[in-house]
Design a protein around this ligand. Structure first.
Ligand code: SAM
Length: 284
């Protein structure tokens, strides 16, 4: 929905709110077999990628999301080397993962090549690690790739997906989580974008149930701001294959050999602190 031709606007289903940005130009508009992909040049948020009418990535604030989808999980795992990203076609999470020198291979599996092509054209800064010899970019349905992955072959799985509608719906199911559980090594973990803690609490609760049903032994949720997403407040939920979460490699995070713009060890610790309503909702 757009206010008029000078504005892009996304109406947030079910919560009676919307997010709008004044646009200077439309740069990309393609319908793939899976999704409708658009890119706008906006006045205040730089480039803006939209999939099926939902905001995905903006030049102004994508660093928060991409850093929080990658670094907390990688600094929580004892020694991550083999990573898979399901979704993430804009390539920003891939860039953050490959900042970690210990990573030997990172496979990005997105269902839609159009997203990556739009990113290469209009978000080249996000695609700067695409030619890294450790990177592999595949265009397949994430659940199919995960169900065919070699058992125990992954250390960390990052699910950087769209909302649980359309092609992204299957990525929030116990079937998909079971496939992730099988593909992970014993000390492995998965992290998944888990929407807004304020208005999608039921979705997060279902994710906790589905992770447990799929055999994961522990879950934890991180909270962070994301201005272009509904309510401006977002989350990522981690699930551990075996054992319980007991902190993260704080010394390594403090001494990380690469620059970030949002993530640091203090932000990591703070992002794990649950607001009272969340504690009550999850009985912690
Ligand atoms: N940050 C965004 C968010 O939280 O909404 C996600 C960004 S990323 C662009 C989302 C990606 O998920 C898209 O590129 C889309 O093609 C991909 N995707 C959706 N369903 C998928 C599936 N079943 N398998 C693999 N990738 C999928």
């Amino acid at each position: 929905m757009s206010l008029d031709q000078n504005w892009f606007s996304e109406e947030h289903a079910g919560i009676g709110s919307a997010w709008s940005a004044r646009i200077k130009n439309k740069l990309f508009d393609e319908r793939s077999p899976y999704q409708h992909v658009e890119v706008y040049d906006t006045e205040g948020f730089g480039r803006l990628m939209v999939i099926d009418g939902c905001t995905m990535v903006s030049s102004l604030e994508n660093f928060v999301y991409h850093e929080m989808m990658a670094h907390p999980a990688l600094f929580t795992h004892p020694d991550p080397r083999r990573v898979a990203i399901i979704g993430g076609g804009d390539c920003g999470t891939l860039r953050e993962v490959l900042r970690h020198p210990g990573i030997q291979r990172c496979t990005q599996i997105d269902i839609d090549q159009t997203v990556t092509r739009a990113a290469q054209l209009h978000f080249p800064e996000l695609c700067e690690a695409n030619d890294d010899p450790r990177a592999e970019l595949l265009f397949i349905d994430g659940i199919k790739w995960m169900q065919e992955a070699e058992p125990g072959s992954l250390d960390v799985i990052i699910v950087d997906s769209t909302d649980p509608v359309g092609p992204g719906e299957v990525l929030f199911t116990p079937e998909f989580f079971r496939a992730c559980h099988a593909a992970l090594a014993d000390d492995g973990l998965v992290v998944q974008q888990s929407e807004s803690p304020l208005v999608h609490l039921e979705l997060i609760r279902n994710m906790y149930r589905s992770f447990a049903e799929a055999g994961f032994s522990d879950t934890q949720t991180l909270f962070f701001p994301q201005p272009i997403y509904p309510t401006g407040w977002w989350s990522a939920t981690l699930a551990k294959k075996q054992g319980t979460f007991a902190g993260f490699r704080e010394a390594d995070a403090r001494a990380k050999p690469f620059a970030t713009r949002y993530y640091n060890h203090d932000i990591h610790r703070a992002a794990l602190v649950q607001p009272e309503f969340f504690r009550q909702a999850f009985g912690d």
